[in-house]
Design a protein around this ligand. Structure first.
Ligand SMILES: Nc1nc2c(c(=O)[nH]1)N[C@H]1C(S)=C(S)[C@@H](COP(=O)(O)O)O[C@H]1N2
Ligand SMILES: [Mo]
Length: 355
């Protein structure tokens, strides 16, 4: 049987832009379920920030009873939590939308997975208290710059509603895969918001402020909003939870194959509960078979799946994969088109030719 290609030759990140740095994970060439920092996609809005990590403190201010400033040592000494999870950019697969959209033309690799360790935000709040009128938490980062739509300078800042901020799995992380977080991924402290698209997981945390209204920074009132219409903003709503999705890793799109037996393989993930089923079609969606799931389905992490295919007849084949999650969400046949191209999760599709 022909398996995924094992090789001493290592894959690289796929460059989309250099300043700010945006590079994608070579998702088709991954083995295992923890992505090494070398192959972890990078998504930045600005140049990398400059700050001194030796004088690094994280203040929690605003609508708390006792504002406090935490050192990294303070965090190390508090109870920790480790979470294996998918980090997916909401622009992942944007390049597949038809008609085409503007913005980073991500293909299928604006996604990664690893284990984040840190302290639940709610544990930190036990030390500060929370005022009753608290509504949102604003997370400000050290990176800043201009946006294409304005001459002003903005920091990367985003907020979370109090319910999401207080979930025990919303953590202030200090480790990635048992090492200090790599600088490009948010060292020394990064907010990690499992179940939500990547924009929520703010890197290089500078300050947390509790407020009693809705935060209106551009990274959540202009960007990271679904705009269903091309011409106007009617019906807009914020980008939050990761959609149920799957990607075929092998074979590759447009690959030429000999007749034979192939192990088709891929990953599936969701921000809603866990993956309950992955189906595959070799005949462009006319008939579907259930795939073998290679691992137990965990909350927040992707699962690997595979399917043994006997390619006995020459010809062109359209292979599709379709994931379902425990909340009953299924990948749709058509993507939800939205002006800024977020949340693509249409049924995964590749074409191969057997010769
Ligand atoms: N401070 C800061 N945090 C950020 C961003 C950023 O530009 N600055 N980008 C966000 C987006 S859109 C995504 S998809 C993820 C990417 O994380 P990575 O670069 O570690 O892959 O970080 C999020 N957090
Ligand atoms: Mo993103």
């Amino acid at each position: 049987m022909k398996h995924f290609y094992q090789s001493e030759v290592k894959p690289y990140l796929i460059t989309k832009s250099l300043n700010p740095e945006n590079q994608e994970t070579p998702i088709h060439f991954l083995n295992g379920d923890l992505v090494d920092e070398k192959l972890f996609y990078r998504r930045n809005h600005f140049s990398y920030p400059n700050f001194s990590s030796s004088f690094y403190f994280l203040p929690i201010v605003g609508l708390v009873h006792t504002p406090r400033t935490f050192s990294i040592q303070d965090l190390y000494s508090l109870p920790s939590r480790s979470i294996k999870m998918v980090l997916e950019c909401s622009g992942d697969k944007r390049g597949l939308f038809e008609p085409k959209l503007f913005g980073e033309q991500w293909e299928k690799g604006a996604i990664s997975q690893g284990i984040w360790k840190g302290v639940s935000l709610r544990t930190l709040l036990e030390h500060t208290g929370l005022v009753n009128s608290a509504k949102e938490f604003v997370f400000e980062a050290y990176d800043y710059g201009e946006r294409p739509d304005s001459d002003s300078i903005f920091n990367f800042s985003r907020s979370l509603p109090i319910e999401k901020a207080l979930e025990p799995d919303t953590i202030i992380a200090y480790e990635y895969n048992n090492q200090p977080i790599p600088f490009k991924h948010g060292f020394p402290l990064r907010l990690i918001v499992p179940g939500w698209y990547g924009m929520a997981s703010v890197k290089w945390l500078k300050k947390i402020t509790v407020i009693d209204k809705e935060f209106n920074g551009p990274f959540q009132t202009i960007d990271y909003v679904y705009y269903p219409n091309k011409e106007n903003d009617n019906g807009k709503f914020p980008v939050t939870t990761v959609h149920v999705n799957s990607t075929i890793q092998y074979p590759l799109n447009s690959q030429l194959l000999h007749k034979g037996t192939y192990m088709i393989k891929g990953i599936a993930w969701t921000g809603n509960g866990r993956i309950s089923k992955v189906e595959i079609s070799i005949d462009d969606g006319q008939t579907w078979e259930t795939c073998q799931l290679a691992s137990a389905a965990n909350k927040y992490s992707w699962i690997s799946w595979n399917y043994k295919w006997e390619a006995v007849k020459k010809g062109e084949y359209t292979i599709k994969s379709k994931a379902t999650d425990s909340q009953g969400n299924v990948q749709p046949s058509e993507p939800f088109w939205n002006r800024k191209g977020y949340g693509y999760n249409a049924i995964e599709k590749i074409n191969v030719k057997v010769e």
